[in-house]
Design a binder for this molecule. Structure first.
Ligand code: DGY
Length: 319
């Protein structure tokens, strides 16, 4: 009898048909209201699960009787109860590395857009406000040669730092749980404590994993420390930042601008952020290029198949 796989988000049609040729597949419609009931029903006899963007915890996994693997099509795994999965002997796998450069590109896109008011000025131009030469209200901030502060010098943080160092002659400083000499040295990146980074960087980029230590790491007190011309970018997870404090800092021009890809609650449907001109809001698309999403889907597929074939997958989060 074929093993059963639950696909819990949209997945590339090629991967879906590969799955269908090997397994009995149940796809959960991401928009369906009774998702939990359907999920509980489908995973009761599932051997594997693959997908992204859905919170899977003890509650909605309690019916799983023979689940062997959850193969997440993401590098981040804050949606899963890692400890519980470990206790249950269920592998959790992810898709690191293949999305590093793509996500770093997006971080820089946000940084540049927020610094040069790109989305605001685009809308300004299209709405016919360009009646005379752009003036002070349309001026942005220089990026070249400025100080870039990265919080979290992991693979993605380092890829962002490389763009700043090689592409824009920026001084790089970073804060991390501990110094990362190997990544930092070629970029002449200086390790500093969080407060120093916040108060001396022109650009601040959040690139840490979401975990107990990084939750709400940046709140009101931290925004108070930033310079008035600072540009703040978050491509990591929304919950690393206290969103109300960020909104307050933007509304009161305590910082110059922000570029955001992630939010405390996603999808972001209503927010005071939408009223602000000094923020660029993207819908969590850090890794969303056709090539990279395909690579992630392939990797997640390989992780799943390996586990269901009885082999050890390549990227196990909870080994
Ligand atoms: C990831 O892979 O974790 C990205 O944030 C997309 O979810």
């Amino acid at each position: 009898m074929k093993k059963k796989v639950v696909v819990f988000s949209q997945i590339d049609p090629k991967i879906l048909s590969q799955l269908e040729s090997k397994y009995q597949v149940a796809q959960i419609n991401p928009k369906q209201g009774d998702i939990n009931e359907q999920l509980l029903r489908e995973i009761a006899d599932a051997d594997g699960m693959i997908g992204a963007g859905r919170r899977l915890n003890q509650d909605n996994l309690k019916t799983a009787k023979k689940l062997k693997i959850i193969s997440s099509v993401s590098v981040g795994y804050d949606n899963y109860d890692v400890e519980y999965l470990k206790q249950q002997g269920i592998w959790l796998t992810n898709t690191p590395h293949v999305l590093t450069e793509t996500t770093a590109d997006l971080a820089f896109t946000l940084l540049m857009s927020a610094a040069r008011k790109v989305t605001h000025l685009d809308s300004w131009t299209k709405h016919g406000h360009w009646t005379r030469t752009a003036g002070v209200a349309q001026f942005g901030q220089d990026v070249y040669g400025k100080t870039l502060g990265i919080i979290g010098l992991g693979h993605i943080g380092a890829a962002i730092a490389r763009r700043g160092f090689y592409g824009f002659n920026m001084n790089i400083q970073y804060h991390n749980r501990k110094p990362c000499i190997e990544r930092a040295e070629p970029l002449k990146a200086k390790y500093c404590d969080l407060d120093t980074l916040l108060s001396t960087s022109d650009f601040i980029v959040i690139a840490v994993d979401l975990n107990e230590q990084s939750k709400a790491l940046i709140g009101q007190a931290q925004f108070e420390k930033m310079q008035k011309h600072a540009v703040f970018v978050n491509i990591a997870r929304g919950s690393v930042v206290d969103e109300s404090a960020l909104i307050e800092a933007l509304e009161n021009h305590k910082i110059f601008a922000a570029g955001l890809d992630v939010y405390q609650k996603e999808p972001l449907q209503e927010s005071r952020l939408f009223q602000l001109e000094n923020v660029v809001t993207l819908p969590h698309v850090g890794s969303a290029t056709a090539e990279t999403r395909m690579k992630m889907a392939n990797l997640a597929y390989d992780n799943l198949v390996k586990a269901l074939d009885g082999d050890e997958p390549q990227y196990i989060v909870n080994k």
